[in-house]
Design a protein around this ligand. Sequence first.
Ligand code: ATP
Length: 236
Amino acid sequence: DLADVPLHVDGLTKRYANDHLAVDDLSFRVERGQVLGLLGPNGAGKTTALRVLLGLVRPDAGGIRVFGHPVVPGAPVLSRLGALVEGPGGLPHLSGRANLELYWRATGRPLAEARIDEAVRIADLGTALEHPVRTYSQGMRQRLAIAQAMLGLPDLLVLDEPTNGLDPPQIREMRDVLVGYAATGRTVVISSHLLAEVEQTCTHVVVMDRGRRVAAGPVGAIVGEDTAILVGTPDP
Ligand code: ATP
C-alpha cells in the first residue's frame, strides 16, 4: 500500500526547454526509517528530481508520490513534508531564534516552545542563536536552515546538499541528527555529490549519473570502487 511509503518515484522524466534530459526515467522508493542519499556528480539531476518532489517543477513523464499522494506542481506543500532546497537563507538582521519563530508562525500552526527547543538543540548554535543571522558562518546558517526544515517534525524530510559549508566534525554531527531523526520512524532524503558524505550519513543510496539511476540499495552493499570512480568523474 503506497500510503505507507514515504517516497515513491516512478519513471520520472524531466526535459528542460533546451532539450536537455535532466532526469531520465528515474524510479526508486524510500521506506520509513531510512536515510536515503541521492548521490551523483554535478549535473546528474539530483536537484531537478528534488524540485519535482517539492512540486516546484512539472515532470514530462512519470511522477512522485509522498505517502501515496501524487505531488502536484503549484499545490501547497504537503504538511508531512519538510524541505531545505535553496541555500540557507534567514532574515539577516534577526536572531536565529527569531527566524525559527517567524518561520513557525508563517506555517499558521500554534507555537510549541518544545518544538523550537528541539530544533535549537539540532542547530547547536549555543548563545549565537540570540545573535543576528548576518553574524553566522555558512555552517551555522546551514544548521539553522536544517533546524527550520525539521521544525514541524515532517514525516519526510528532504534536504538538498545539507552538508554544504560544514566541516568534517559537523558532518559527523549531521549524521547523528539525521539518523536520530529517522530512528523516530520518520524518513530523510538528502542529495550529495560526495560519496564519503553519503557513506557517513545515509542508510541507503540511489546513485544517479546523467539523469539515470545507475545503482541503488543499502549503503554498505552499493558503495564500492565502481561508485567511487563514477562519483569522482569530473563534469564533461
Ligand atoms: P548540482 O549538484 O550541480 O546541482 P544536480 O545533480 O543537482 O547537480 P541538476 O541541477 O538537477 O543536477 O541539473 C541536471 C542537468 O540539468 C544539468 O545538466 C543542468 O545544467 C541542467 N539544468 C538544470 N536546471 C536547468 C534549467 N532551468 N534549464 C536548463 N537546464 C537545466
